[in-house]
Write a protein that binds this ligand. Structure first.
Ligand SMILES: Cc1cc2nc3c(=O)[nH]c(=O)nc-3n(C[C@H](O)[C@H](O)[C@H](O)COP(=O)(O)OP(=O)(O)OC[C@H]3O[C@@H](n4cnc5c(N)ncnc54)[C@H](O)[C@@H]3O)c2cc1C
Length: 462
């Protein structure tokens, strides 16, 4: 790959002003600062931000950027937690937020066609208005975009039953470095002709091109849903109880877990009986037609009773919503245990969850730093956040050791360093722990086919 430009010239400025008139081009320092960072809190200043409204504009931008060797950083709502949109090599941030049209929601094809800047909950609501269902629901569903979700292959609470964003991408249009506009896939729910290049873009984190249009699969909207909350004496008992639900032949829509540290953090914010005195809890949801939901809830309660829960509640409506709201607050609640966080989102094969949870807790005890463990038990994907005070040098060192040991343990159990967030900028150090040199070489060859100059999101992922 050739060397990228390291300075912003008056020629660059002139070109951008002609392609992006008015406030579609951002150059003032105060405004640029807002585009320097994302939910990772990492930061680097871009040279400029552009706000395209059409595929054609993106095409002209990338034709110019490739010719000039200008770094390009695609950005949607900046909710990623790994510095994926931080412009570490300067260059141009390309905001997709003015490409936010829902083009079509088709109840015949069960397909939605959208631009990438559509907020995910807006798509879900528009589909629901037509009695259809777009299942991917990251906890950031009300703020992140469909394009960002596709570029990160976002998972959500319902992934146990419905899968992740990848499972809903039928096709897409992307602009490649050099300006070529390519469309992959179709409106067909099944299509096996050729390599699946649409899904190659899923999870590619802005490293291959800029997605400007998406064709997404929809499902019928489930009629009803209900949840079960159960607390147990120890986290290991909570994990084992959840596993017994699956063994009984029940597939929940969501299956979430929290350990005693996570519950302790929540108890400082919420007043709920089940948060006190238990070692771990699980929160499950089922959906479908009403009689099936009632029957599944009864079966789950019956199975869980055999694991001797210290608390068991089945509910719908306000009670259910309160439990899920607490779950959504867990990441923030961790700050009750320390002002700084080293967040990991490891995943392990589901059969290794007991070892993983016990191991993470042992690492926390050994390093004397609080770790909260919670998340998507049904997918084997756990958030393991090391809370600490970074101004305490000794504690910060132990926290870093703790974080590395957590990832190493997950990998030793056959797991992955990231089940959801990707490596971005802040977790790149995990890359070669997991990906072999041969695999990395192949990935880099693929990248070079799409982006020979290396202008797309340089300094990230792989
Ligand atoms: C409170 C909170 C809860 C969260 N919960 C979850 C969760 O449950 N599951 C989960 O998976 N993640 C979760 N996340 C992380 C984050 O929301 C996801 O990674 C999300 O998909 C990012 O979407 P975004 O629109 O903010 O994209 P951004 O953060 O702006 O961008 C993310 C990546 O996508 C690339 N990109 C964006 N648009 C395009 C495009 N059009 N073409 C090419 N590349 C593009 C960017 O370059 C970047 O690499 C959470 C984050 C927060 C803050």
């Amino acid at each position: 790959m050739s060397t990228l430009q390291s300075t912003f010239t008056s020629g660059h400025r002139h070109f951008l002003a002609s392609l992006f008139p008015g406030d579609a081009l951002v150059l003032d320092t105060a405004s640029l600062t807002a585009f320097a960072t994302d939910a990772s809190r990492k930061s680097a200043m871009p040279w400029a931000v552009v706000r395209p409204e059409s595929t054609q504009q993106v095409s002209e931008l990338l034709r110019w950027a490739q010719a000039e060797g200008v770094p390009i950083y695609p950005r949607a709502r900046g909710t990623n937690k790994v510095g994926a949109v931080v412009p570490v090599q300067g260059g141009i941030v390309v905001s997709t937020l003015r490409m936010d049209r829902i083009i079509d929601i088709d109840s015949g094809d069960f397909v939605a066609e959208v631009e990438p800047g559509v907020v995910t909950s807006h798509l879900a609501e528009a589909a629901a208005a037509k009695n259809m269902f777009y299942p991917p629901d990251p906890a950031s569903v009300k703020s992140s975009t469909v394009g960002g979700n596709v570029a990160t292959c976002a998972g959500g609470l319902k992934a146990v039953k419905y899968g992740v964003t990848r499972d809903y991408v039928l096709g897409l249009t992307a602009v490649l470095p050099g300006g070529a506009v390519v469309s992959f896939g179709s409106r067909c729910h099944k299509d096996v002709v050729g390599l699946d290049l649409a899904r190659l873009f899923v999870g590619s984190a802005g490293t291959l091109g800029i997605v400007t249009r998406l064709v997404l699969k929809l499902l019928p909207l489930p009629e009803a849903r209900a949840s079960v909350l159960a607390a147990f004496s120890s986290p290991e008992e909570a994990v084992a109880a959840a596993q017994s639900v699956f063994r009984a032949g029940i597939l929940p829509t969501a299956c979430e877990f929290m350990d005693s540290s996570a519950m302790g953090a929540l108890s400082r914010l919420f007043d709920a009986e089940w948060l006190h005195g238990a070692g771990g809890a699980i929160l499950l949801q089922v959906d479908g037609i009403s009689p099936a939901v009632d029957a599944e809830i009864a079966s789950i309660k019956e199975v869980l009773q055999t694991s001797a829960p210290v608390y068991l509640m089945a509910g719908q409506g306000a009670e259910e919503e309160q439990a899920w709201e607490m779950r959504r607050q867990l990441s923030q609640a961790g700050y009750q245990l320390g002002p700084d966080k080293l967040p990991e989102d490891v995943a392990v094969p589901r059969g290794r969850l007991l070892e993983a949870v016990a191991g993470f807790r042992a690492i926390s005890a050994e390093q004397r730093v609080p770790v909260i463990i919670f998340g998507h038990l049904g997918d084997g994907n756990l958030h393991v956040n090391t809370m600490h005070d970074a101004s305490d040098v000794a504690m910060a060192t132990r926290a870093a050791t703790c974080r590395a040991a957590i990832v190493d343990l997950a990998l030793s159990l056959g797991g992955t360093a990231s089940g959801e967030h990707g490596l971005g900028l802040s977790k790149r150090e995990h890359l070669t722990k997991q990906i072999s040199p041969a695999e990395l070489a192949l990935m880099r060859q693929v990248k070079a086919v799409f982006d020979p100059q290396g202008i797309m999101n340089p300094g990230k992922e792989w």
